[in-house]
Design a protein around this ligand. Structure first.
Ligand code: GLC
Length: 806
């Protein structure tokens, strides 16, 4: 049913704090339709269809914490000693406009009138004004947003949804016979849906890890965390992650919509109609946040302010990671480590896939294939290599296995409906039960389990299969889980299962390791960035997947997930030498840089493809290590502003229509543009540079922007361009992050003028939040750079060397 029919004419409104609740002629008071002013640019629109109120897992108290930044220790610590405090604190102040106007009336008056001067009737609509946005609430709970000059930002769509052409059963049978997925085109049974108008030029971004291209307009997606081993294609509707957040770039300005509903939801972004987009869900509430921005960056900043920002990781996590499913024994792991060092390849981490476990039982180690796991881990450490272990949620059903026994005794696993019995499906260990991570007690238990790994000297945890994946058919919708303080069926928990698992893991590592927790996840929901990094799951060694990686990582970044990467070389299928060379070139600029592949395929370490590819790999892994301080600066920027390290060109140059659909180039920060070769056989490629002057990173060739040109790119060249006036901080190449403590910082200064801020801390723990960091300001005048210390709280560099480029 559309809201229009449901609600009818707008009758009255009521005010509680910043929240305006509406009354309509259609009754339905129990639905409590409301608009809440969160800040000058963020508004929550809410209809309580299921009577359970807000059920957010993305915000989890962050909002309250942030709005009261004064009382938030973490926010305060973040802001200490910095010229630009955290956005959260700034935002909290900016909301005062609403508060102060509200406070202008005495509470007694307010109660009597239930009104405030920032809310008023205009004709038949109720108008809510913040400093930056005007919201009009009309009959039928049609909510329109305007900028402060009265230009429409986003309008409710007044019409009905277009019917899709229905198919008869005969046609459906015919399609099914040859194995085609067929839909009868009937509208899905959605409890919740919202239709909003589209302008002709609107482009749409975000939505997490969805396949396909950068601009999501004209496509349709479903949010249902899905483990799909088949090669991911443009037309896939779901993948591992559910991040129901979209950004709309308008001719002027931008806005975001975060549909905070973690049940199965869908987005039709102009596929059904050119004139509107629609989002909705099968269950739960209409609960969305509208964020107005002058730019995409402002919208991302608002979204991450609301749901949390990806915190700084340990410096070593930015190094090269070597992985493979099938490193079956201690000998094999040692052989890989030796191979890395013998081939002079920098590397900071080897990942231990499920092979290390005893019969795939989590928090155990295989004693048949390892003589001494503790010794292997410490020997790797000696070589400068950390161990990261995989942990899946499925706990093997086995008598006397301690994790199973403990969980069963305490009732910590998801249960069959109407029963106290644990629900059993199958994953790697065979019959398995699923920890009920939505229960805070289960998270504490799981957090405690991390001690087993921490005590062994493991450096971080890789959470996999947490959609949750299951081999004996999907978990039925009614399997019983917990959603914090109430029971909830699987259908309502599925999309936050990975989120809750990551949260438990993060909390354990934060508590017991004393370091910044390094958690990697496959499944997640909005807000997971506070706890975990991520990779894009099981891609394949095919050219379409190296191409897809670029928009996928860019959209994940715009969706708050900053520290992300795809399996370099591809997971399934076999990489050719050429594909591997191109992939390592592109992958070395991604936040998470890991070579990983599947059991049984062609080995994929850089030395498996012959001398030429080995030396290309070394060149780019070395470059990655040189760029560590630049990458670290960007990671710091993400923690402070939410802007991702890797971003699409459109985030920097949104006025330029040539970049709105640019799928095969990306920016690393705001001053490095990467245009990787992603075509088999290509030894040149078309490059587009946006406005400004650019320098070819390799040759120094000067290029005028707003131009297309063909760049020669032999197999060892990945085209990279640096913006005029840039300063790029570098370290000398090294075999691992901890090496070379003499601390030489190299500042490469490009022709032109610019100012750059460089950040430095111990790269390990949370001391920086107490002020243990240095911040430098570097002014560049045509390669003559001057360094000024802005904040001194950490051991400074031994030497800073300025290198004039070109
Ligand atoms: C899943 C993961 C993959 C891992 C494999 C075995 O397919 O996505 O990365 O190697 O499981 O654990």
């Amino acid at each position: 049913m559309t809201q229009n029919i449901l609600f009818g004419k707008l009758k009255d409104y009521r005010l509680e704090g910043r929240k305006v609740t509406f009354e309509f002629e259609g009754g339905q008071e129990n639905l409590r339709p409301s608009v809440e002013v969160i800040s000058d640019t963020i508004f929550n629109v809410f209809v309580d269809y299921d009577g359970l109120g807000h059920r957010t897992r993305a915000i989890e108290g962050e909002l309250g914490k942030r709005l009261n930044a004064d009382t938030c220790q973490e926010c305060q610590a973040l802001g200490e000693g910095r010229e630009n405090g955290p956005e959260g604190a700034e935002k909290a102040e900016s909301t005062e406009s609403v508060e102060s106007r509200e406070n202008a009336e005495s509470p007694a008056n307010r109660e009597a009138a239930g009104k405030a001067d920032w809310v008023s009737w205009e004709g038949s609509a109720v108008v809510i004004r913040s400093k930056k946005v005007t919201v009009k609430v009309n009959d039928g709970f049609a909510v329109d947003f305007y900028d402060c000059e009265g230009n429409p930002l986003s309008l409710a769509w007044r019409g009905e949804r277009k019917e899709k052409s229905g198919l008869g059963w005969k046609e459906l049978m015919l399609l099914a016979e040859e194995g085609h997925a067929a839909s009868d085109g009937k509208a899905k049974g959605n409890q919740v849906q919202e239709l909003r108008s589209l302008d002709k030029t609107d482009c749409i971004y975000g939505l997490g890890d969805k396949t396909g291209f950068l601009n999501k307009r004209h496509y349709e997606y479903v949010m249902w965390n899905s483990d799909i081993p088949d090669p991911h294609e443009d037309n896939f509707k779901s993948l591992y992650k559910s991040i129901p957040f979209m950004l709309v770039l308008k001719e002027k300005g931008a806005y975001g919509i975060f549909f905070d509903n973690h049940c199965k939801s869908f987005f039709d972004l102009g596929k059904e109609s050119e004139d509107y987009y629609v989002f909705g869900a099968e269950e739960g509430n209409l609960d969305y946040y509208f964020m107005a921005g002058e730019s995409l960056k402002e919208v991302v900043s608002d979204y991450t302010w609301l749901t949390g920002r990806a915190p700084m990781q340990q410096l070593w996590t930015l190094g090269y990671h070597q992985s493979r499913w099938g490193y079956e024994s201690e000998e094999k792991i040692r052989e890989v480590a030796k191979g890395l060092r013998e081939n002079d390849l920098p590397c900071d981490c080897i990942h231990f896939d499920i092979d290390y476990m005893d019969h795939y039982k989590v928090f155990t180690w295989n004693q048949e294939t390892y003589q001494d796991e503790r010794k292997v881990i410490s020997d790797l450490k000696e070589m400068g290599i950390k161990a990261v272990t995989i942990i899946d949620p499925g706990v093997k059903v086995e008598k006397d296995y301690y994790v199973y026994e403990e969980g069963m005794e305490k009732g910590y696993f998801a249960k069959k409906p109407d029963s106290r019995e644990a629900y059993v499906n199958a994953v790697w260990p065979g019959d398995a039960v699923f920890p009920d991570f939505g229960d805070p007690r289960v998270r504490t238990w799981w957090a405690g389990k991390q001690k087993y790994l921490i005590d062994l000297g493991v450096g971080g945890v890789w959470n996999d299969m947490n959609e949750p994946a299951s081999f004996r058919g999907p978990l039925p919708d009614d399997v019983v889980f917990t959603d914090e303080d109430r029971q909830a069926p699987h259908s309502q928990i599925h999309n936050i299962y990975g989120h809750n698992m990551a949260k438990a893991t993060y909390e354990g590592w934060k508590e017991y390791s004393g370091k910044r927790p390094f958690v990697i996840t496959r499944a997640c929901y909005s807000g997971s960035q506070k706890y975990t990094t991520a990779w894009t799951g099981d891609n394949h060694s095919i050219w379409s997947h190296i191409r897809m990686m670029i928009p996928q990582i860019c959209n994940l970044g715009m969706s708050g997930m900053n520290f992300v990467g795809a399996d370099v070389g591809g997971f399934g299928s076999d990489a050719t030498p050429e594909l591997f060379a191109r992939w390592i070139q592109a992958g070395c600029f991604m936040p998470f840089f890991r070579d990983h592949c599947a059991l049984g395929g062609r080995p994929q370490e850089p030395w498996q493809f012959g001398k030429e590819v080995l030396s290309i790999s070394r060149k780019y892994i070395n470059l990655r290590y040189e760029l560590l301080p630049y990458l670290y600066d960007l990671m710091h920027e993400t923690e402070v502003t939410g802007i991702p390290m890797v971003r699409p060109l459109v985030m920097e140059y949104e006025e330029d229509e040539n970049v709105r659909n640019r799928n095969d180039e990306f920016m690393l920060g705001d001053r490095m543009l990467i245009a990787p070769v992603v075509e088999q056989g290509a030894r040149e490629r078309m490059v587009y540079l946006p406005q400004g002057i650019w320098y070819d990173y390799w040759t120094g060739e000067r290029k005028e922007g707003r131009s297309f040109f063909v760049k020669e790119a032999p197999l060892d060249v990945c085209p990279v361009y640096v913006k005029a006036g840039a300063v790029i901080p570098k370290y000398p190449a090294r075999l691992c992050v901890g090496e070379d403590k003499d601390d030489l910082l190299i500042l490469e200064a490009y022709p032109g003028e610019g100012v750059y801020t460089h950040y430095q801390d111990n790269g390990e723990d949370f001391q920086y939040r107490q002020g243990a960091f240095n911040e430098y300001e570097i002014s560049n005048q045509d390669g003559e750079a001057e360094v000024k210390i802005l904040h001194e709280g950490y051991r400074p560099y031994g030497k800073i060397e300025i290198v004039r480029k070109f």
